[in-house]
Design a protein around this ligand. Sequence first.
Ligand SMILES: [Zn+2]
Length: 442
Amino acid sequence: MTPTILSPRWIIPVEPAGVVLEHHSLVMEGTRIGAILPTKDVRERFPVGMERTLPHHVLIPGLVNLHAHSAMSLMRGLADDKPLMTWLQHHIWPAEGAMLSEAYVYDGTLFAAAEMIRSGTTCFADMYFFHHVAARAARVAGMRAAVGAAVLEFPTPYAANADAYLERALAHRDEIAGDACLKMMLTPHAPYTVADGTFKRVATIAQEAEYPIMVHLHETAGEVESEREKTGMRSIERLEKLGLLTPQLIAVHCVHVNDSEIRAFANAGVNVAHCPASNLKLASGVAPIKAMLEAGVNAGIGTDGAASNNSLDMIFESRLASLLQKGVSGDAAALPAHQLLRMATLNGAKALGWDADIGSLLPGKAADITAIDLSHIEAQPVYDPASQIFHAAGREAVSHVWVNGECVLDDRSLVKLDLPEVLDKAASWQSRFAATQVGAAA
Ligand SMILES: [Zn+2]
């Protein structure tokens, strides 16, 4: 096997923490990272012609988007400036009710994958209907994905009731398990849409099959309060009683959590997906992520769907997380750049149970790598490349992306996807989705 050698200006491996390697090369052997060595040693050891120099670039582990609803990118901007329940009940759910199909999920996920790859994301944790179709789109785009099988009580064009959702969830398990770049999750939507018995069955199946469980949790103050009125408990307490607080759980949002709930998460090893842009745009609030990290909770970063963000830009999302925590806590040291990078890579991988394979640049791990070009005036001069990535460069500086050793973005060009075709499809879906909003309540 002929190795490919990447020789950038800097490598930030994430492990060990805070390290920036200068004038080192990464040796890619097939799907794996073979070695990381000083560039001068590599030039002595390997014949010429294998090396790809990236003279102004920093290599980082591919970004892990810990919470997305990829297909919903086709609803980007469909219903802005609404609070969560109005947005869901009057706009998103009626639109999905009219449009939900395998074709929509496939085209929407490919569309989202194109944006994610161009933003340096190599892996996404998806939560949507027709998860096996999202998995096929991820494979075509050349991305790594944890696809979440939707679980709800109410009928949609995808399934009629909780039994049918669970049946559909398991129908494609072998197809997904057979691909090293795919993984399945169970994704009960939220405490207000899933019954106790269904949560228990999800927990049992997930434990046996070692699937992560992803659930929207304590997103808005109103939701926490109405669930307390309905069940006599806050939802975290309810999920604890149902046996869901385990290291397999990825709790999404967690905007309204108190100190004892944060301690419960830390003690149980629960993971959190932090989605600050969506939380701000739906006016849900700001999650106390600094307190969670200090308590020892593993927290990664997610964009949520582009229908509530409205982008899938992990670099922007991470920067927003940092600025918000600094501003809200009054501590300028909150979420420094190297910790942000760890959250956006290794913490996400750990939440998905994928940290033995991805999330840092170590020999033996999969070659999921993002290169960012810091030569542009907006990113100069460079004192610390980690700071430049989040606070100066932005996703437009992402130049190359490899997933499992395969180049999927080459000098800003998508290798596996036809961008004009992806854009044409998005435009045709736009007119169909717009028609679903005629007569929708404000
Ligand atoms: Zn979500």
